[in-house]
Unconditional design. Structure first.
Length: 115
């Protein structure tokens, strides 16, 4: 089992119904409509991204969250859900992470951390 600061790590799979709106920041028309630039969306600088997320949260009262590409690998999709989506989520699976878990092995390999 993997442990972070005395707590075991786990991976949870959750589902959001398909009819819930996600603001797609991978779509150029959405970025243009919202006045956002790709270089400012795909950054790990929270002082930049949090005000953007708050603006979108307020402007799209029906949206469940945001969808955009990963700064690690553009083919990976990230979804950040707003708190208003919590009652629509369904827990699919929770499993403890171990060093030999396929997800852990794939991540360490991708990040060049494999032994």
């Amino acid at each position: 089992m993997l442990v972070q600061e005395g707590q075991p790590l786990a991976l949870a799979a959750i589902e959001l119904p398909d009819d819930h709106e996600l603001i797609d920041l991978d779509e150029p028309r959405v970025l243009a409509r919202e006045g956002l630039r790709p270089s400012l969306v795909a950054t790990g600088v929270r002082e930049v991204t949090q005000p953007q997320a708050l603006m979108l949260y307020r402007a799209h009262a029906g949206a469940a969250g945001l969808r955009w590409w990963s700064i690690q690998e553009a083919g990976w999709i990230n979804v950040t859900l707003f708190d208003r989506a919590r009652t629509s989520l369904r827990l699919v699976e929770v499993r403890a992470l171990t060093p030999d878990d396929p997800a852990v092995m794939a991540a360490t390999d991708f990040l060049g951390m494999s032994a």
